[in-house]
Design a binder for this molecule. Sequence first.
Ligand code: ADP
Ligand code: MG
Length: 140
Amino acid sequence: MAVEKTLSIIKPDATRRNLTGKINARFEENGLKIVGQRRLRLTKEQAERFYEVHKERPFYGELVEFMTSGPVVVQVLQGEDAVALNRKIMGDTNPANAAEGTIRRDFAESIEANSVHGSDSLGNAEKEIHFFFSDTEIFE
Ligand code: ADP
Ligand code: MG
């Protein structure tokens, strides 16, 4: 295991319900450190570009609409094995299948409005971090 950084997004369903602090506590309690963080509202173009890999999936249009429906919190999480650890803390994409004690099990509204995004590989983490952050905005 190595110290890694991963990109997390607290999605509009969660910011709308004022859950930023509760979700951040899950990261911190489980050994991830928030080393970069910013609240913003994604433009349609940004959301389309960020989720470009899902362009052909039937839910792409709705996903872009949802992700632009309110503010998000983009963040860089750092820790041992951070990419996989964060996916574990988040839980399955579908909250109905998410393990007990995970963010999605406890907070998600649906398979779409599932409260958090987390990078799925170290390579994607690198790309997604740089989608939102420059090196001068990340402090260990
Ligand atoms: P994850 O976020 O767990 O990596 P995916 O990369 O497969 O999941 O999907 C990206 C996002 O698209 C999900 O987090 C969710 O918001 C949305 N999504 C995934 N599957 C569906 C679906 N079947 N219907 C609606 N939205 C979906
Ligand atoms: Mg994904």
